[in-house]
Design a protein around this ligand. Sequence first.
Ligand SMILES: O=P(O)(O)OC[C@H]1O[C@H](OP(=O)(O)OP(=O)(O)O)[C@H](O)[C@@H]1O
Ligand SMILES: NC(=O)CC[C@H](N)C(=O)O
Ligand code: SF4
Length: 556
Amino acid sequence: MDELRHECGVAAVYCFNPAIESSVRYGPGGPDQIHKLIPRMLLDLQNRGQLSAGMSSYNPARDQIIETYKEIGTVAEAFRMSHQKKYEAILNEHAGRAAIGHVRYATCGPATRSYAQPFERRHGCKWKWFAFSYNGNLANYEELKAEIESRHDHHLARDTDTEAIMHFLAHAIRGDNRRDLVDVFRELSKKFDGAYNIAYLDAMGEMIVLRDPLGMRPLCYAVDGGVFAAASESVALQNLGFQNIKSLPPGHLIRVRPGSWEVLPFASPAPTAHCFFEWIYFANVASTLDDQSVYLSRNRLGRELADQERKLDLVDLDPENTIVVPVPDTGKAAADAMAFALGLQSVEGLIRNRYVGRTFIESANRADKVKTKFTPLREVLAGKTVILVEDSIVRSTTLASLVRHVKEQGRAAEVHVRVACPPIVAPCFYGINMSTVQELFAPKHMRGAVPTLAEQTAMARALGADSLAYLPLDAVARCIGLPETQLCRACLTAHYPTPGGEKRYNLALVEAGDARVAHRGCSTPAVVGTQPAVVATATPADVPAAAGTGRPCRVS
Ligand SMILES: O=P(O)(O)OC[C@H]1O[C@H](OP(=O)(O)OP(=O)(O)O)[C@H](O)[C@@H]1O
Ligand SMILES: NC(=O)CC[C@H](N)C(=O)O
Ligand code: SF4
């Protein structure tokens, strides 16, 4: 496996009270056309998934009270946006005064249409007929699947955690008495281990927007007059004109029904574990998540890189000789801030092809896509000492290709890689598609939490770079502006915030044939501690191919 993908995005909108005027414009069709906002919101969330896009709407005047549309591809492709008539036809067929949407990148299950979301469960009883969009990954999916399959005559039609969630929901609302959905989700929160943000809509017109108890993935909401909206990221709400955008507290849900909305707790309080990687790489740079701006976090990471660079005193910082070059797009905010703090120019030495998306969330041929995505600008790079700033190294697919390009095509004199993130040493089981140790770059070179000089040298050499420096672990919380105790940093520390994550990590170590598995039975795990700044110098060498195969819930 060579590709790395990131999070899905969820969106929801509801005109719950047309009598209260709203400054949010939903067009001439009135409140029953508010579903038209969903594709627009999904475009703002495209950074979270490119595999498929979809929408379910609620319309009690329609035979199909809940109607779902979903297709493979980007939002523009799935909704046929370049074909005005087809786009309008899709929207007309799915009109409604409440709707949920989804952009997917697969963490569990194949990239086919039937795995696209929302998932819909049809039923003759209106409160048993529902659709939902889901962002996250359940670390205990295998156990949940076994539990479902152990029930008499039960069967999972799709091998994915989304299907398991659908089964548990359907099972929880069985019988003749309509249950309170807050109780249903409270019950399910005791079963689910991992990240699960859900936008749920049933044929009674009840909507639930929910954030898991650890708050791993972001979820924002806003209300303006009689209109409610929620989305994985604030940017999708801001661009609709909402002013007062809030993050939903972990373990809370919002219930929206005709005429009202309310925020309610549904799960026992748990230590928060926001995924730090949202600020480092995943989220749209224009978003603010849990009160912390993504752009400003990346800017602070860049300033930390600058402080570190001065201390390292390894690179000639004369602006006549040295330039800072971001790896576009995500590396740009950190690179600009680093360059400014060092009195250097941040220059577009790598021109990005805008028509190649985020390779990290691509499903196939990622290495080829990286090649076509960037063009080194020889006019800028030739003869220069280049500080190449990258937001993160996961499998090294990007840098393995880029460093060589910058040297060979760009004719840079030296390339020094600086990473606005600590080394990623452990897999993620909470929605980032890096579930094996073998596929990661850093563990191939590191034996403990902090790389030795020899290991760092090997890393730089593997990339063909003259030197390599990561940020230390403690920079992460400082730059995001949240306490360490509120962040998940498991892929940096190998300490997982849930039992399911711990269990999966032990299995991943066994799969990797890693000796650390023995230590994890004891109280002192091998991969722990605070990492100091990591720096290495090396001579260029051939770049090894990215490795890694297999994952417990296969994505193809
Ligand atoms: O070490 P790797 O396995 O290559 O993963 C890390 C790279 O992947 C991402 O780029 P991507 O092309 O997805 O996104 P971007 O253009 O938005 O930065 C990220 O910004 C890094 O460049
Ligand atoms: N990235 C996600 O949130 C993925 C959701 C779900 N696990 C899927 O694979 O479809
Ligand atoms: S393991 Fe890493 S990528 Fe996964 S949720 Fe935790 S911090 Fe985020």
